[in-house]
Design a protein around this ligand. Structure first.
Ligand code: 5GP
Length: 194
């Protein structure tokens, strides 16, 4: 998605450890207009999958997932990282190692917000080593629901998550695909494909 690639080129900075910092439009400050455009792109990419519900994980997945849900007219549920008093025991839970924070989080979804007939689209901000997506897949497996796609805003294709999702036979789409962050430079897969 050109709009997103241009924004990454303009505002993204590369941090040590192959981390791309995009906190002025995605991970801290959020650009609603860009999120809205991305929602439309997710709709276009997954139009034929019969999606009934979108699943994401708090907090940075919520903005793009919400806009995709708006465009696709389906509910959005986000897995929570912290147990809340209002979350009861009726939960699906998975353990996820956070790439950027280097801690384990237990993510949970109330069983009421996932239905056996659902066709789930998983959306997240980044796909790196695939731990967050794996956790959501684990929850979907426990709930015995179909996952019809994984959509991420930015994938770092050189890390493990990309292949992991493909190996699971799941339709994967990334709005921006990064081939390398070597030498503090963002190289998009679309540039290397040329
Ligand atoms: P994974 O579980 O695929 O290894 O990592 C996914 C999660 O880690 C994303 O939800 C995102 O919050 C965070 N993450 C991974 N790589 C990056 C990165 O390069 N930049 C930022 N800002 N977050 C990242």
């Amino acid at each position: 998605m050109k709009l997103l690639e241009d924004r990454i080129k303009r505002d993204g900075t590369v941090l040590p450890g192959d981390v791309l910092k995009v906190d002025n439009f995605l991970n801290h400050q959020v650009d609603p207009q860009l999120m809205y455009e991305m929602g439309g792109e997710f709709k276009r990419l997954f139009e034929n999958e019969g999606v009934t519900r979108i699943l994401t994980v708090e907090s940075s997945g919520i903005a793009p997932a919400l806009m995709a849900g708006l465009k696709m007219n389906v509910p959005v549920v986000f897995a929570r990282k912290h147990r809340s008093l209002t979350l009861t025991d009726n939960l699906y839970t998975a353990r996820v190692y956070s790439y950027t924070k280097q801690v384990n989080n237990d993510i949970s979804i109330d069983k009421r917000f996932i239905d056996p007939d659902d066709k789930i689209l998983i959306i997240d901000d980044f796909l790196a080593n695939g731990q967050a997506v794996e956790g959501m897949l684990e929850i979907c497996k426990a709930a015995q629901v179909d996952v019809v796609g994984v959509g991420v805003v930015i994938e770092k294709r050189f890390q493990k998550g990309h292949q992991l999702v493909l190996d699971a036979g799941i339709h994967l789409e990334a709005l921006a695909s990064i081939a390398s962050l070597a030498n503090n430079q963002v190289t998009f897969a679309s540039d290397t494909d040329k």
